[in-house]
Design a protein around this ligand. Structure first.
Ligand SMILES: C[S@@+](CC[C@H](N)C(=O)[O-])C[C@H]1O[C@@H](n2cnc3c(N)ncnc32)[C@H](O)[C@@H]1O
Length: 291
Protein backbone atom coordinates (compact mmCIF):
# COMPACT_ATOMS: atom_id res chain seq x y z
CA UNK A 1 0.00 0.00 0.00
CA UNK A 2 1.26 3.49 -0.75
CA UNK A 3 1.58 5.98 2.12
CA UNK A 4 -1.34 8.38 2.53
CA UNK A 5 -0.35 11.85 1.45
CA UNK A 6 -0.37 14.42 4.27
CA UNK A 7 -2.11 17.74 3.90
CA UNK A 8 0.44 20.47 3.77
CA UNK A 9 0.12 23.91 5.26
CA UNK A 10 1.44 26.27 2.62
CA UNK A 11 0.21 29.50 4.16
CA UNK A 12 3.63 30.58 5.49
CA UNK A 13 5.15 30.78 2.04
CA UNK A 14 3.48 33.55 0.01
CA UNK A 15 4.60 31.97 -3.28
CA UNK A 16 2.74 28.82 -2.35
CA UNK A 17 -0.52 30.43 -1.39
CA UNK A 18 -3.21 29.16 -3.69
CA UNK A 19 -5.96 31.74 -3.87
CA UNK A 20 -9.51 30.47 -4.10
CA UNK A 21 -9.97 32.04 -7.52
CA UNK A 22 -6.88 30.22 -8.86
CA UNK A 23 -7.88 26.97 -7.21
CA UNK A 24 -11.20 27.23 -9.04
CA UNK A 25 -9.40 27.77 -12.36
CA UNK A 26 -7.22 24.70 -11.77
CA UNK A 27 -10.16 22.63 -10.54
CA UNK A 28 -12.16 23.52 -13.68
CA UNK A 29 -9.21 22.60 -15.87
CA UNK A 30 -8.57 19.18 -14.29
CA UNK A 31 -12.28 18.39 -14.40
CA UNK A 32 -12.50 19.31 -18.10
CA UNK A 33 -9.41 17.29 -18.98
CA UNK A 34 -9.51 14.30 -16.63
CA UNK A 35 -13.00 14.36 -15.13
CA UNK A 36 -11.49 14.68 -11.67
CA UNK A 37 -13.67 16.70 -9.34
CA UNK A 38 -11.67 18.63 -6.74
CA UNK A 39 -13.69 19.93 -3.79
CA UNK A 40 -12.57 23.11 -2.05
CA UNK A 41 -11.17 21.24 0.97
CA UNK A 42 -8.46 19.79 -1.30
CA UNK A 43 -6.94 23.25 -1.86
CA UNK A 44 -3.92 22.72 0.42
CA UNK A 45 -3.32 19.28 -1.08
CA UNK A 46 -3.37 20.73 -4.61
CA UNK A 47 -0.94 23.50 -3.66
CA UNK A 48 1.39 20.93 -2.11
CA UNK A 49 1.28 18.56 -5.07
CA UNK A 50 2.06 21.32 -7.58
CA UNK A 51 5.21 22.53 -5.81
CA UNK A 52 7.42 20.09 -7.70
CA UNK A 53 6.07 21.39 -11.02
CA UNK A 54 6.93 24.96 -10.02
CA UNK A 55 10.50 23.92 -9.24
CA UNK A 56 10.81 21.94 -12.50
CA UNK A 57 9.59 24.89 -14.56
CA UNK A 58 11.37 27.51 -12.44
CA UNK A 59 8.07 29.28 -11.90
CA UNK A 60 8.02 31.42 -8.76
CA UNK A 61 4.43 31.35 -7.57
CA UNK A 62 1.31 29.23 -7.87
CA UNK A 63 -0.42 32.22 -9.39
CA UNK A 64 2.20 32.31 -12.19
CA UNK A 65 1.84 28.56 -12.72
CA UNK A 66 -1.89 29.01 -13.05
CA UNK A 67 -1.47 31.79 -15.60
CA UNK A 68 1.08 29.73 -17.52
CA UNK A 69 -1.19 26.71 -17.65
CA UNK A 70 -4.30 28.60 -18.68
CA UNK A 71 -3.05 31.29 -20.99
CA UNK A 72 0.23 30.05 -22.53
CA UNK A 73 0.13 28.22 -25.85
CA UNK A 74 3.08 26.02 -24.83
CA UNK A 75 1.19 24.85 -21.78
CA UNK A 76 -0.16 21.80 -23.60
CA UNK A 77 3.21 20.12 -23.00
CA UNK A 78 2.77 20.72 -19.28
CA UNK A 79 -0.69 19.16 -19.18
CA UNK A 80 0.41 15.52 -18.60
CA UNK A 81 2.61 16.66 -15.69
CA UNK A 82 -0.25 18.70 -14.25
CA UNK A 83 -2.59 15.70 -14.51
CA UNK A 84 0.02 13.30 -13.08
CA UNK A 85 0.49 15.64 -10.12
CA UNK A 86 -3.21 15.68 -9.28
CA UNK A 87 -4.18 12.02 -9.68
CA UNK A 88 -4.50 9.81 -6.61
CA UNK A 89 -2.88 6.45 -7.26
CA UNK A 90 -3.51 4.45 -4.12
CA UNK A 91 -3.81 0.77 -4.98
CA UNK A 92 -3.07 -2.67 -3.50
CA UNK A 93 -2.67 -6.29 -4.48
CA UNK A 94 -5.91 -8.21 -3.86
CA UNK A 95 -7.76 -4.99 -3.03
CA UNK A 96 -11.44 -5.73 -2.26
CA UNK A 97 -10.75 -9.48 -2.33
CA UNK A 98 -14.39 -10.60 -2.68
CA UNK A 99 -14.21 -9.55 -6.35
CA UNK A 100 -11.43 -12.06 -6.95
CA UNK A 101 -13.38 -14.78 -5.10
CA UNK A 102 -16.37 -14.00 -7.32
CA UNK A 103 -14.19 -14.29 -10.40
CA UNK A 104 -12.86 -17.71 -9.37
CA UNK A 105 -16.14 -19.13 -8.13
CA UNK A 106 -18.68 -17.61 -10.55
CA UNK A 107 -17.41 -15.48 -13.43
CA UNK A 108 -14.62 -17.69 -14.79
CA UNK A 109 -16.65 -20.94 -14.73
CA UNK A 110 -19.49 -19.04 -16.44
CA UNK A 111 -17.29 -17.44 -19.09
CA UNK A 112 -15.50 -20.74 -19.68
CA UNK A 113 -18.75 -22.67 -20.15
CA UNK A 114 -20.12 -20.16 -22.64
CA UNK A 115 -17.10 -20.36 -24.80
CA UNK A 116 -16.84 -19.08 -27.89
CA UNK A 117 -13.71 -19.46 -25.60
CA UNK A 118 -13.10 -22.80 -27.22
CA UNK A 119 -11.41 -20.65 -29.76
CA UNK A 120 -7.73 -19.95 -29.48
CA UNK A 121 -8.50 -16.30 -28.83
CA UNK A 122 -7.64 -15.25 -25.28
CA UNK A 123 -10.14 -14.15 -22.66
CA UNK A 124 -9.86 -10.37 -22.51
CA UNK A 125 -9.63 -8.41 -19.24
CA UNK A 126 -9.18 -4.66 -18.75
CA UNK A 127 -8.21 -2.67 -15.68
CA UNK A 128 -9.50 0.73 -16.75
CA UNK A 129 -7.64 2.86 -14.19
CA UNK A 130 -4.81 0.53 -13.29
CA UNK A 131 -2.47 2.84 -11.36
CA UNK A 132 0.86 1.04 -10.73
CA UNK A 133 -0.47 -2.30 -11.98
CA UNK A 134 -1.23 -4.22 -8.78
CA UNK A 135 -4.84 -4.81 -9.88
CA UNK A 136 -3.65 -6.19 -13.22
CA UNK A 137 -1.09 -8.53 -11.67
CA UNK A 138 -3.65 -9.69 -9.09
CA UNK A 139 -5.98 -10.56 -11.97
CA UNK A 140 -3.12 -12.33 -13.73
CA UNK A 141 -2.41 -14.46 -10.62
CA UNK A 142 -6.10 -15.32 -10.20
CA UNK A 143 -6.50 -16.30 -13.86
CA UNK A 144 -3.26 -18.31 -13.90
CA UNK A 145 -4.38 -20.15 -10.75
CA UNK A 146 -7.77 -20.90 -12.23
CA UNK A 147 -6.06 -22.35 -15.28
CA UNK A 148 -3.97 -24.68 -13.12
CA UNK A 149 -7.03 -26.39 -11.70
CA UNK A 150 -9.64 -25.96 -14.41
CA UNK A 151 -7.83 -26.17 -17.69
CA UNK A 152 -6.91 -23.91 -20.45
CA UNK A 153 -8.32 -20.40 -20.57
CA UNK A 154 -5.73 -18.28 -22.35
CA UNK A 155 -5.97 -14.64 -21.28
CA UNK A 156 -4.69 -11.15 -21.96
CA UNK A 157 -5.01 -8.26 -19.49
CA UNK A 158 -4.85 -4.63 -20.55
CA UNK A 159 -4.00 -1.98 -17.96
CA UNK A 160 -4.70 1.66 -18.82
CA UNK A 161 -4.44 4.90 -16.88
CA UNK A 162 -4.33 8.64 -17.53
CA UNK A 163 -1.18 9.00 -15.40
CA UNK A 164 1.96 8.35 -17.45
CA UNK A 165 4.18 7.86 -14.37
CA UNK A 166 2.19 4.99 -12.89
CA UNK A 167 2.11 3.22 -16.27
CA UNK A 168 5.91 3.13 -16.28
CA UNK A 169 5.89 1.56 -12.82
CA UNK A 170 3.25 -0.94 -13.92
CA UNK A 171 5.27 -2.06 -16.94
CA UNK A 172 8.45 -2.31 -14.84
CA UNK A 173 6.62 -4.73 -12.49
CA UNK A 174 9.02 -4.15 -9.59
CA UNK A 175 7.54 -3.44 -6.13
CA UNK A 176 8.74 -2.86 -2.61
CA UNK A 177 8.39 -6.13 -0.71
CA UNK A 178 6.06 -4.57 1.89
CA UNK A 179 3.22 -4.22 -0.62
CA UNK A 180 2.96 -7.96 -1.26
CA UNK A 181 1.54 -8.62 2.20
CA UNK A 182 -2.05 -9.19 0.87
CA UNK A 183 -0.82 -11.80 -1.65
CA UNK A 184 -1.50 -15.35 -0.36
CA UNK A 185 1.76 -17.11 0.52
CA UNK A 186 1.38 -19.88 -2.05
CA UNK A 187 0.94 -17.31 -4.83
CA UNK A 188 3.94 -15.29 -3.64
CA UNK A 189 6.14 -18.34 -4.05
CA UNK A 190 4.83 -19.03 -7.53
CA UNK A 191 4.49 -15.60 -9.10
CA UNK A 192 6.72 -13.11 -7.25
CA UNK A 193 10.47 -13.26 -7.73
CA UNK A 194 12.72 -12.51 -4.79
CA UNK A 195 15.88 -10.44 -5.28
CA UNK A 196 19.28 -12.10 -5.46
CA UNK A 197 20.78 -10.01 -2.65
CA UNK A 198 19.31 -9.69 0.83
CA UNK A 199 19.80 -5.90 0.84
CA UNK A 200 17.46 -5.54 -2.14
CA UNK A 201 13.96 -4.93 -0.82
CA UNK A 202 12.09 -5.32 -4.08
CA UNK A 203 10.18 -8.16 -5.72
CA UNK A 204 9.47 -8.68 -9.40
CA UNK A 205 6.44 -10.16 -11.09
CA UNK A 206 7.20 -13.46 -12.84
CA UNK A 207 7.78 -13.15 -16.59
CA UNK A 208 4.98 -15.61 -17.47
CA UNK A 209 2.46 -13.20 -15.91
CA UNK A 210 4.05 -10.10 -17.41
CA UNK A 211 3.77 -11.74 -20.83
CA UNK A 212 -0.03 -11.71 -20.40
CA UNK A 213 -0.20 -7.94 -19.81
CA UNK A 214 -0.35 -4.87 -22.04
CA UNK A 215 -0.15 -1.24 -20.90
CA UNK A 216 -1.51 1.91 -22.46
CA UNK A 217 -2.34 5.54 -21.81
CA UNK A 218 -6.11 6.03 -21.89
CA UNK A 219 -8.12 8.96 -20.58
CA UNK A 220 -11.56 7.65 -19.62
CA UNK A 221 -12.99 11.09 -20.49
CA UNK A 222 -12.08 10.49 -24.12
CA UNK A 223 -13.71 7.07 -24.39
CA UNK A 224 -12.16 4.36 -26.52
CA UNK A 225 -10.65 1.02 -25.68
CA UNK A 226 -7.15 -0.42 -25.51
CA UNK A 227 -8.09 -3.26 -27.87
CA UNK A 228 -10.04 -3.95 -31.05
CA UNK A 229 -11.58 -6.96 -29.31
CA UNK A 230 -14.34 -6.52 -26.72
CA UNK A 231 -13.66 -7.43 -23.09
CA UNK A 232 -14.99 -10.31 -21.00
CA UNK A 233 -13.96 -8.70 -17.71
CA UNK A 234 -13.56 -5.00 -16.90
CA UNK A 235 -12.34 -3.61 -13.60
CA UNK A 236 -13.14 0.10 -13.20
CA UNK A 237 -12.55 0.50 -9.48
CA UNK A 238 -11.76 3.47 -7.25
CA UNK A 239 -11.77 6.01 -10.05
CA UNK A 240 -15.49 6.74 -10.44
CA UNK A 241 -15.46 8.32 -6.96
CA UNK A 242 -13.46 11.22 -8.41
CA UNK A 243 -16.04 11.90 -11.14
CA UNK A 244 -19.38 13.74 -11.12
CA UNK A 245 -22.53 11.66 -11.81
CA UNK A 246 -22.63 13.03 -15.39
CA UNK A 247 -19.03 11.99 -16.01
CA UNK A 248 -19.64 8.57 -14.46
CA UNK A 249 -22.54 8.08 -16.87
CA UNK A 250 -20.45 9.04 -19.92
CA UNK A 251 -17.41 7.00 -18.87
CA UNK A 252 -19.38 3.85 -18.04
CA UNK A 253 -21.57 4.15 -21.16
CA UNK A 254 -18.40 4.10 -23.21
CA UNK A 255 -16.85 1.21 -21.25
CA UNK A 256 -20.04 -0.85 -21.65
CA UNK A 257 -19.70 -0.57 -25.44
CA UNK A 258 -16.45 -2.52 -25.09
CA UNK A 259 -17.81 -5.38 -22.94
CA UNK A 260 -19.23 -8.53 -24.56
CA UNK A 261 -22.85 -9.35 -23.70
CA UNK A 262 -22.54 -11.59 -20.64
CA UNK A 263 -19.18 -10.03 -19.71
CA UNK A 264 -18.50 -8.74 -16.20
CA UNK A 265 -18.00 -5.19 -14.89
CA UNK A 266 -16.53 -4.59 -11.42
CA UNK A 267 -16.63 -1.22 -9.66
CA UNK A 268 -15.44 -0.50 -6.13
CA UNK A 269 -17.57 -1.29 -3.09
CA UNK A 270 -17.45 2.44 -2.33
CA UNK A 271 -18.94 3.26 -5.75
CA UNK A 272 -22.50 2.83 -6.90
CA UNK A 273 -24.22 2.71 -10.27
CA UNK A 274 -27.49 3.83 -8.66
CA UNK A 275 -29.03 6.64 -10.66
CA UNK A 276 -27.08 5.75 -13.82
CA UNK A 277 -28.69 4.31 -16.91
CA UNK A 278 -26.50 1.49 -18.24
CA UNK A 279 -26.99 -1.81 -20.10
CA UNK A 280 -25.96 -3.94 -17.11
CA UNK A 281 -27.63 -5.93 -14.34
CA UNK A 282 -26.33 -6.34 -10.81
CA UNK A 283 -25.23 -9.90 -9.94
CA UNK A 284 -23.26 -9.35 -6.69
CA UNK A 285 -22.17 -6.33 -4.64
CA UNK A 286 -20.47 -3.85 -7.01
CA UNK A 287 -20.46 -6.53 -9.73
CA UNK A 288 -22.47 -6.30 -12.95
CA UNK A 289 -23.13 -8.32 -16.09
CA UNK A 290 -23.41 -6.64 -19.48
CA UNK A 291 -26.84 -7.19 -21.02
C1 LIG B 1 -7.14 5.25 -6.69
S1 LIG B 1 -6.43 4.66 -8.19
C2 LIG B 1 -7.29 3.10 -8.38
C3 LIG B 1 -6.38 1.99 -8.88
C4 LIG B 1 -7.03 0.63 -8.98
N1 LIG B 1 -8.11 0.61 -9.93
C5 LIG B 1 -7.51 0.16 -7.63
O1 LIG B 1 -8.72 0.11 -7.39
O2 LIG B 1 -6.67 -0.17 -6.77
C6 LIG B 1 -7.26 5.72 -9.39
C7 LIG B 1 -6.54 5.77 -10.73
O3 LIG B 1 -7.42 6.40 -11.66
C8 LIG B 1 -6.61 7.14 -12.56
N2 LIG B 1 -7.46 8.13 -13.26
C9 LIG B 1 -7.99 9.27 -12.78
N3 LIG B 1 -8.68 9.92 -13.74
C10 LIG B 1 -8.60 9.15 -14.85
C11 LIG B 1 -9.09 9.28 -16.17
N4 LIG B 1 -9.82 10.34 -16.56
N5 LIG B 1 -8.80 8.31 -17.07
C12 LIG B 1 -8.06 7.24 -16.71
N6 LIG B 1 -7.56 7.06 -15.47
C13 LIG B 1 -7.83 8.01 -14.55
C14 LIG B 1 -5.54 7.75 -11.68
O4 LIG B 1 -4.41 8.13 -12.40
C15 LIG B 1 -5.27 6.61 -10.69
O5 LIG B 1 -4.15 5.84 -11.06
Amino acid sequence: MQPQEAYHDTTNDPAMVLRTVDFRRLADLIERRAGINLPQHKMALVAHRLQRRLRALKIATLRDYCDFLLTNEQAEAEMPHFINALTTNKTEFFREPSHFDFLTEVALPDLHSRRHYNSALPLMAWSAACSTGMEVYTLAMVLAEWNETHGNLPFMIHGTDIDTNVLQDAARAVYHHEVIEPVPTALRHKYLLRPRTSSDETIRIAPELRARTRWGHLNLMEGGSPSDRPFDIVFCRNVLIYFSKETQQLVLESICKHIVPGGYLFVSHSETLNGLSLPVKSVAPSTYVRL
